[in-house]
Design a protein around this ligand. Sequence first.
Ligand SMILES: Cc1cc2nc3c(=O)[nH]c(=O)nc-3n(C[C@H](O)[C@H](O)[C@H](O)COP(=O)(O)O)c2cc1C
Length: 182
Amino acid sequence: MTPTDTQAPAQVNPVAGRTLRDVCGLFVTGVTVITSGTEEAAAGTTVNSFTSVSLDPPLVLFCLHNDSRLRAVVESTGAYAVNFLSGRQEKLARAFAGKSTAAITDVAHHASVTGVPVLSEALAFLSCRLVNAFDGGDHTIFVGEVVELGVPRQSQEPLIFFRGFLGSLEEEPHGVDPVFDG
Ligand SMILES: Cc1cc2nc3c(=O)[nH]c(=O)nc-3n(C[C@H](O)[C@H](O)[C@H](O)COP(=O)(O)O)c2cc1C
């Protein structure tokens, strides 16, 4: 395909943050809540930047904004859990995506082997020991080694994120305003 065949002109430098977000929003993802800390000082944040990295050793990563309150909690705890949300957990995703984020104590949870809380109603979870943190611009890339995993709800559908909207696989992601605009 030549450049003249493309329907929209390709954008060259400098790439605007808004445009980057809109284009990356066309890459459909699942939705997780990353939890960390101990029972008394546990915290959680909604994150879609999760990816698996390596099978041997078993490594995964997620990217966290440097201003996130979860950052210091992950660094001081040295462990985190990735909770994959189900299609029924849209409210939970929103609750952990605000600046006045939800409290872990308000959500059904239990301790993983590392001591960090795991959300008991999640589709699946990975409990990780923090092995590396890399500078990623305005985000930090946290790499963890998976030390425990589970699928508490075998037959659930995932929550998905597409074009800034949350939804389940049965329904088109919808909404009036994008849920995540930053
Ligand atoms: C679907 C979705 C995905 C998100 N993914 C990320 C992410 O990958 N990294 C991140 O830092 N923030 C992400 N956010 C934004 C955070 O959830 C939000 O900024 C955070 O909850 C703010 O509170 P905090 O300071 O406790 O982190 C996402 C939000 C939504 C709704």
